[in-house]
Design a protein around this ligand. Structure first.
Ligand SMILES: Cc1cc2nc3c(=O)[nH]c(=O)nc-3n(C[C@H](O)[C@H](O)[C@H](O)COP(=O)(O)OP(=O)(O)OC[C@H]3O[C@@H](n4cnc5c(N)ncnc54)[C@H](O)[C@@H]3O)c2cc1C
Length: 402
């Protein structure tokens, strides 16, 4: 029998970091992953440059960049392991990085540098790694104060503490599985329904036809969904695709969007389109589409004017009502997605192990000795390095407890 102090299942961002930290604190750690290749999501993240954290994460209110049934849950872990601490680690390993946009920190070189760093940290902690190795079953016996026994491809292994770091359902072709949710249910813990997040949104076939020709157009927008306390707004770039909408604005709002709810999009944030068209009417004889193209990209202007006969004329001949309606459709375009591109395209999975079943200090569940960290938990970060920071911080909190 192989005995360890802790067994961690899932050698992604959270699992590797937790194993390294616990190992360096003197724990005998076994890290298991079923994939051939290590930490594939780190490798492909940030367009191959890994957006490993975000400097704008507010240590006084870290929860404001996270979604979940209880966004405050992540506060303890995030304030005990900050972006600055991860940056210090990166610097100790001589990894060059830069800030891109809104506090997002990326490697100058390939993401592989982060994987190599985590592997070096695991080696420094004497972590035993079994990979590829499938876990066939997990049982708990109350003997000796409680032990978890795993049946694996490489034989049985036992430890008093078991950490589940198997991530969510996004990108199944990279080894994503529902293992974490199955283990949670096996031990009677609730799982908040998982759903794709940070994902492009799609629109019903025929309804989208007039906009499909805009595929490839990117522009800054203000996008919002929800009402009153649920209202969420982002100012980011939007990208038209053949099937719907993508780009940072849409990925961000997708984490808050609920089926059947409309999106409201302002294609000219900060510009009063109604006033600008009114002013153009008083001085210009240009066609309406040409005037509009001075305010928004010309492809968008052409598509929004379309073949409406009331708008096929010089702006000085347009009816005030027609211009007002056009301005309204630019500033408050309302459209309801019929779905998302799903887990194949989602950067993360929202939902997961219910935080009410976990300690925010240690990530231990109500089932003694069983911890959940990283994306498996119902904590989902915004685009921009927040998800990795949650992986590092939850792993750190758990390792301290191991
Ligand atoms: C295309 C893409 C780009 C991204 N870019 C960024 C970015 O730039 N910045 C950012 O902050 N976040 C980014 N993310 C999100 C980020 O990758 C995840 O939030 C993060 O990897 C979650 O870490 P984790 O350790 O919880 O899970 P993962 O990193 O997904 O690791 C889970 C591990 O568990 C293993 N596993 C799964 N099932 C089993 C099983 N049954 N048995 C054994 N092992 C199993 C998997 O093989 C995997 O190695 C991106 C995601 C994608 C898909």
């Amino acid at each position: 029998m192989n005995f360890f102090d802790a067994i961690i299942i899932g050698a992604g961002a959270a699992g590797l970091f937790c194993a390294a930290q616990a190992g360096q604190r003197g724990r005998r750690v076994l890290l298991i992953d079923h994939s051939e290749r290590i930490a594939e999501k780190i490798r492909i993240s940030g367009g191959g440059r890994c957006n490993f954290t975000n400097r704008d994460l507010d240590p006084r209110a870290p929860q404001k960049h996270f979604v979940g049934e209880n966004p405050n849950f992540c506060r303890s872990a995030l304030s005990r392991y900050t972006p600055q601490q991860f940056v210090a680690l990166i610097e100790r390993h001589g990894i060059a990085y830069h800030e891109k946009h809104k506090g997002q920190l990326f490697c100058d070189g390939p993401s592989q540098q982060i994987i190599d760093m985590l592997l070096a940290e695991c080696a420094a902690g004497g972590v035993t790694r079994w990979q590829p190795c499938a876990v066939r079953g997990v049982t708990h016996t109350p003997d000796d104060g409680g032990r978890y026994r795993l049946e694996t491809d490489r034989g049985p292994a036992e430890a008093p503490r078991l950490v589940i770091a198997t991530g969510g359902l996004s990108i199944p072709q990279l080894g994503a599985s529902d293992f974490g949710y199955r283990i949670a249910r096996q031990f009677g813990l609730r799982v908040v329904d998982p759903r794709p997040a940070l994902v492009p949104l799609t629109f019903a076939g025929d309804g989208w036809a007039p906009y499909a020709s805009l595929a490839g157009l990117a522009l800054p927008v203000q996008i919002e969904t929800g009402a009153k306390k649920e209202r969420m707004v982002f100012l980011e770039d939007l990208l038209f695709t053949h099937r719907g909408l993508s780009g940072p604005a849409v990925l961000q709002i997708s984490s808050y969007w609920r089926e059947g709810a409309p999106l409201r999009i302002d294609f000219a944030p900060g510009t009063d389109i109604a006033a600008a068209l009114g002013e153009a009417k008083a001085r210009s004889r240009k066609r309406i589409a040409n005037e509009l193209a001075t305010l928004v990209p010309s492809r968008l202007a052409d598509a929004w004017v379309g073949d409406d006969p009331a708008l096929q004329r010089p702006v000085n001949e347009a009816a005030d009502r027609s211009l007002a309606q056009l301005a309204e459709r630019i500033a408050r375009w309302q459209i309801t997605p019929n779905g998302t591109e799903g887990y194949k395209k989602a950067e993360v999975t929202a939902g997961g192990v219910d935080t009410r079943a976990l300690s925010s200090q240690t990530l231990e569940s109500k089932q003694p000795g069983l911890h959940f960290i990283g994306e498996t938990v119902d904590v989902t970060g915004w685009l921009g390095g927040y998800n990795f920071q949650w992986a590092w911080a939850s792993a750190n909190a758990c390792a301290e407890a191991l």
